[in-house]
Design a protein around this ligand. Sequence first.
Ligand code: GLN
Length: 466
Amino acid sequence: MILLFIFTFNIVGSFNGSLDGIPVAYKDLFCTSSLSTTCGSFMLKNFKSPFNATVINFLEEAGAIMIGKTNMDEFGMGAANVYSVHGPVYNPQSILFDENHFEKNDGDQRVAGGSSGGSAAAVASGMCFAALGSDTGGSVRLPASYCGIVGFKPSYGQCSRWGLIAYANSLDTVGILTRTVSDAQMIYDVISKFDMNDSTSITPDVRSINSSIPSFFKLNSNTDDLRGLRVGVPKEYFVSELGESIVNLWKKGISYLKSHGATIVSVSCPSTRYALSAYYILALSEASSNLARFDGVRYGHRSEESNKNDGMLYANTRGGFGKEVKKRIILGTYALTAGSYGNYFLQAQKIRRMVKSDFDRVFKRPNPLRFTKKDSGCNENKVDVLITPVTISTAPKIEDCLTTNVNNFINTYVNDVFVVPASLAGIPAISIPFGISSIDGFPIGLQLIAQYGDDDTLLGVAKVLE
Ligand code: GLN
């Protein structure tokens, strides 16, 4: 199944918002009161929420129309969107049509990327203007790069997570998928608001401190003059696994920004190499705790078969999770056990702190969360944004992802290597389509990363780069 897509025709009411009549789709982990919310899981196949996620309410108030919910990796766990009870998502860029407009398969079907693969495919194939996804560790940026569209992960806390079914609360971010950066900005302007239902929503006080700190671009800037902008190229992102055509496009992106007046600086983020392992310990630990609520009593499918042996009360019911989710719950539970907590969870937390400090060290702008009155403002020798690749390769073949075995299973996690550092630090990052691979012709995205709260500069530079 390409997409879990349920059309609704309840276009009612008179609109006068900034998104009047604009069709949008939502990843199937945003609660909607009019359609079911399955999280791509058998566990929630019959779940209907009594309320809408806050971001959906904001979009509806602005006039947007929900055209459906989109497929995803089960509970957001995956990078290829092949772990869904609804089946995998095919990358629209790899679907060919014969002269009668019927789909034909030339054996090179690619994944759309995950976990927001359905949202990316819906936007890339023109089914909607924009789609919401969630980005815990790259799930919006990675599919955007594979499908040749824009994927924006705002700073953690900018957009409310109320009604977004959690994978790993401290990392989960609402993400926006569109064809252009200006379209992403339109959606962002509507959903980036304080929400008292989300205890991690950035408060009005912090929002006003943030806007008092100088930044290169202010809201909705539309200039391509980048004189004075300093762009960092983190040397740790030059890894040996990086495909040649990706390196070439990365260099092209750097030259392009330079040709618009930006100054290019080499920077170092030494903790990057530990970020991927730390991410998988922290995300899985939080997931193992979050997913405890799907026990057939509070939420989720309940098995008819009863097994009342000691400790086995929930075994049949919990068997409703897919294989990847079960694996992650076990690994996360292990990392939190008394014997391994110190060696895994605490170490991963320390690495997370180091990754954050690396970013704070390279950016010009102080972090508004650690901003004090004696901060003298910006350090002009530092940088405004970083430019990096999004992935080490173009979209993998679908059959390679479906046939994961002991020899290739690590590959399915490695493609997250460039996207998880920004997630650990909670800072804004965006994937922008920047050309196609000279080897296989599939899209390649470049990633821009900015200081926490400097989403405006990120979007401003992204508009120049796209
Ligand atoms: N690929 C990552 C994971 O599987 C990211 C998922 C996400 O951002 N939801 O955890």
